[in-house]
Design a protein around this ligand. Structure first.
Ligand code: ATP
Length: 238
């Protein structure tokens, strides 16, 4: 039986007269990777912020683990497992690598995360080598790995990632998607916002296409890629 973890139902986000997210509905089942695709300004970040609780919705509802979380603030959402890796990574460059990781566990009161941090260092030897250095010295790829690791320390049920591949070389993009697949296999459900449509559709179970705040298509990667008009307009196809 499919267990629905997250259901976004007809939500609207508005900035003054700019109606950024229009009646958007989507759902994420336990264990899935879904992706939201769309051009700059399509409303992807606004959608994630609405789910995370840092942007207010004007109407609609967000159901997480069968609970209506509309009135929950962002900290409560994080604590209950809805964790966002924001666009641009937003790591703390004047803190060390290890301090950044500790910040990820901020919402987990008194948790002993020593083992979890060591497991992250095992996975990313580059971060281990630089654990006591300022995060500013990390390359773009290492910063993205740190951002994902920091999010892992918040113990997510759902990890939302906002354009994680931005600015990374093709090799690092591949590594990043492999990491996303690994953490999905380990039990996390993933909501991935991407402009790298080809990679996102290789790894996702289902996708949604957002255009000027509207969902204009959804389905399996095969469905989306089979729609020639769609592929040309939004997916970079021929
Ligand atoms: P990008 O890939 O450029 O981040 P996006 O698909 O994530 O694009 P959003 O950042 O959600 O899109 O923006 C959707 C629309 O809302 C755009 O027209 C944008 O200018 C507008 N917008 C976003 N944030 C704000 C804000 N804080 N105040 C006013 N308008 C905003």
């Amino acid at each position: 039986m499919t267990i629905m973890l997250l259901s976004v139902e007809k939500i609207n986000v508005r900035y003054g007269r700019n109606h950024a997210v229009k009646n958007v509905s989507l759902n994420l089942a336990d264990g899935e990777i879904i992706t939201v695709l769309g051009a700059n300004g399509a409303g992807k970040s606004s959608l994630l912020k609405a789910i995370q609780g840092t942007e207010k919705i004007e109407s609609g509802s967000i159901i997480y683990e069968d609970k209506d979380i509309n009135r929950w603030g962002a900290p409560k959402r994080v604590q209950s497992g809805l964790v966002l890796v924001p666009e641009g990574r937003q790591i703390f460059i004047s803190m060390t690598v290890e301090e950044n990781l500790l910040m990820g566990a901020y919402s987990r009161k008194n948790a002993d995360i020593t083992n979890e941090i060591e497991m992250i260092f095992e996975r990313f030897p580059n971060l281990k080598e630089r654990r006591n250095m300022l995060a500013a010295v990390l390359s773009g790829g290492e910063q993205q790995m740190l951002a994902v690791s920091r999010a892992l320390l918040a113990k997510p049920t759902i990890m939302m990632l906002d354009e994680p591949s931005l600015g990374l070389s093709p090799i690092l993009v591949k590594q990043l998607f492999e990491l996303i697949k690994d953490i999905n296999t380990e039990g996390l459900s993933i909501l991935l916002v991407e402009q790298n449509t080809h990679m996102a559709l290789q790894y996702a179970d289902r996708g949604y296409v957002l255009e000027l705040g509207n969902i204009v298509a959804s389905g399996t990667p095969a469905d989306l890629l089979a729609d020639k008009k769609l592929a040309k307009a939004y997916l970079g196809g021929d």
